[in-house]
Design a protein around this ligand. Structure first.
Ligand code: G3P
Ligand code: MG
Length: 348
């Protein structure tokens, strides 16, 4: 028989539009790719009937590892190369606060990973809850550090340490103990452990890398996220002090995060595709109305955005059919592959 070698069709990269993707509930669930995700990436990379390639970035509220490490994971899961130059996670913008404070408490994540992330961002003196528990094991009445945790934790004199700010980088693995330590600091005099403020107006500021109340993990129902930790901390703080806790959250739906994404996308399109102008449209694919759709729509309607940010909601994560999303997307589709096909078709 005749063997016809299949040559890949010629592809061109479009300069008029781009995609941005949420990760959990859109591309990944519980550490595994959502079935249509791998195909969706192939379509964006030119395997479509038009032979067109579309630049894209990732914008997740998740975190807990360096951007580099997250990209290695994502590359393996989605079977293609993803670079930190096209990746923003919840704590990425915290990088810009590294010079503002000297000693900071970093909460959340696995083992020592978030301390290393913070140090990589240039934070000069990073304390973890483990350091505090190692110094005083009466801090948490019902938990002792494991040998590994004791080994990782650093020794210091907290009587002479002023913690200037608290950063929740990733989901806490020990809510009760982390909340105890955070409350100790919020009610202290100038972030000095062991002191307590009379009017509760001397504690350090607290920052969260995002505010997702729920998110989409391996379980069939959504799981509690960092926003839930924040809400419960606010409630505890109010009961103890009678005052409202003032805190700041990064991530989606904050408009600053979308501005950050705009800059990253511009740089990415320039560096890897040689495109020197902003895209007319950015398709944002997300599963959480309160973060993804709200952020995309509000950014689009604000004066901060120079392009059309077009929100696409998928049904593979937080949002479920049969309910009305609190923030209305431009379109709702079943999954990320449908989202990619919708955007490409709309542009033809
Ligand atoms: O903890 C991560 C989660 O809240 C959301 O991640 O990728 O859906 O923004 P993502
Ligand atoms: Mg999501």
């Amino acid at each position: 028989g005749v063997v016809t070698p299949s040559t890949p069709p010629e592809t061109t990269t479009t300069d008029s539009y781009a995609f941005a993707f949420d990760i959990d509930g859109v591309l990944i669930r519980g550490g595994k790719p959502i079935p249509e995700a791998v195909e969706a990436m192939k379509v964006l990379n030119g395997q479509n009937e038009y032979g067109i390639k579309v630049p894209y970035i990732f914008l997740t509220n998740g975190g807990g590892k360096t951007e580099q490490e997250r990209c290695v994971d994502l590359s393996r899961q989605l079977e293609l190369e993803i670079s930190p130059g096209q990746f923003i996670c919840g704590h990425t913008p915290m990088r810009e606060m590294a010079q503002k404070y000297k000693t900071v408490l970093v909460v959340g994540g696995e083992g020592e990973k978030c301390r290393l992330v913070a140090e990589g961002y240039g934070f000069r003196d990073v304390v973890t809850p483990g350091d505090i528990m190692k110094d005083n094991d009466r801090t948490t009445p019902f938990r002792r550090l494991t040998d590994q945790e004791t080994q990782n934790s650093r020794v210091r004199n907290f009587g002479e340490t002023e913690i200037e700010a608290i950063f929740v980088f990733a989901d806490s693995r020990h809510w009760g103990d982390d909340q105890q330590i955070i409350i100790d600091l919020l009610t202290s005099k100038n972030g000095r452990l062991g002191t307590s403020s009379e009017n509760y107006d001397e504690g350090p500021p607290i920052y969260f890398s995002h505010n997702d109340l729920i998110w989409s993990a391996a379980h069939e129902h959504t799981r509690l996220g960092m926003g839930a930790l924040r809400s419960s901390l606010e409630a505890i703080y109010k009961s103890i002090t009678g005052k409202d806790l003032v805190s700041t959250a990064f991530g989606k739906p904050q408009l600053g995060t979308f501005q950050f994404a705009t800059r990253l996308l511009q740089q990415w399109r320039k560096d890897t595709h040689g495109i020197n102008k902003p895209p007319e449209t950015v398709y944002f694919v997300g599963d959480t109305p309160e973060s993804d759709i709200r952020g995309t729509n509000e950014f689009n309607e604000s004066k901060l955005s120079e392009n059309d940010w077009y929100s696409i909601l998928v049904r593979t994560g937080v949002f479920k059919e049969g309910t009305k999303p609190r923030y209305t997307p431009r379109i709702t589709v079943n999954n990320v592959l449908d989202a990619v096909n919708h955007g490409i078709k709309r542009e033809m």
